[in-house]
Design a protein around this ligand. Sequence first.
Ligand SMILES: Nc1ncnc2c1ncn2[C@@H]1O[C@H](COP(=O)(O)OP(=O)(O)O)[C@@H](O)[C@H]1O
Ligand SMILES: [Mg+2]
Length: 396
Amino acid sequence: MADAIRILVVLAEHADRQLVESALENEVSLDVVGYAEPVEDWRAFLEQPADVVVVASYGHDDAVTTMVDHAVKHRPDRPVVIMSEASPNGFLRQAFEMGADDVITLPQPAEQVAFTLQKVIARRKGLAVPGKANAPLIAVLGPKGGTGKTLIATNLAVALAQRDANVVLVDLDLQFGDIGLALGLSPEATMYDLMRAGTPFDHEKLDRHLIRHSSGVKVLIAPTRPDQASAVSIDFLRDIYASLRTMCDAVIVDTPPGFTPEVIATIDVSSEICMVGMLDSLSLKNTKLGLETLDLMGYDTERVSLVLNRADSRVGITPDDVSTIVGRAPDVAIPSDREIPRSVNEGTPIVAARPSSGAAKAFRVLADRYAKTPAPKPAPLPSGPTGVRALIGRRR
Ligand SMILES: Nc1ncnc2c1ncn2[C@@H]1O[C@H](COP(=O)(O)OP(=O)(O)O)[C@@H](O)[C@H]1O
Ligand SMILES: [Mg+2]
């Protein structure tokens, strides 16, 4: 049997010690090294060896922030989990921003608590670089519909998963999201269901609402009906992004056309943007406008990649024209490929379906910009009876 998890418990002022004890003390796999009472020197207490620090609180206040912050900075390689009775709106987001690894809402059965702590520790061990992991959040933007945002978001996600990255793909096209279709997934759980499940959006709950693609990519599917879209709030999005970024290696967000409030909120928290343009003058004009809007928002251009889709179309616009119209050269060019519509219909992105195609290579070049590990030899995925044919009956 594995060694018991050694836990240091820091109690914030209004924490209910008995409740914390009942969550931690009745499990053989958990070993509480000690409790620091509010009046004690909890900083010195944290010097002791342990596998995880639990900051127990009633709800949220500045003292909790200070404790988490100190525990994180003191030993960046040691996970910190908050245990709290109340979970007011926005608390979870703050907790993750502070650097907490997870939040456990009390009361909870001891074996469930043990399971959460085991996962937190296992996840940390899997990280190549010790320290707080706040995964990159890459927003795929394009001011027009049909430019290839969904194509690029799905292929980028799969290309990263092919390098063993743990990728979560979020479909933010709330009204007409089609990632489920493009990846041949059935919407057994959607963003709408997740929102209905309510706070806190801890890793457990998120995981239950993510649908797994055969590539390993986990997908948060858009609401299945346009009328459900209005229920998705900005606060909800911020909460789930913060939580997702601590449970995977990269979050990719596919967006609807234009700068909707949800898109702006996503841009605000994103670490990188992938701006998609297509080789026609209207699309390029809009791409330029999009880049200018990002500039106005104070977004650092270094963090924006310009992706030109259908780059080889013979439409009388040269790459130089693109630079002139848009004001910068594309970072990655994706060719037109007849296999792409077919791969979309089959529900298998072209990086997996046709790894040796020019388009797949271009997507791997795009993935290079975000990947920590080098590209492996591509291997085609087995294509099952998924895809549009399997889904057609369920389509809106
Ligand atoms: N490079 C390409 N080659 C061939 N077809 C493409 C290419 N890019 C996009 N398409 C086609 O155009 C359609 C629209 O692309 P999509 O990614 O859904 O656009 P958006 O998400 O920006 O609305 C896709 O279903 C795909 O079939
Ligand atoms: Mg789309």
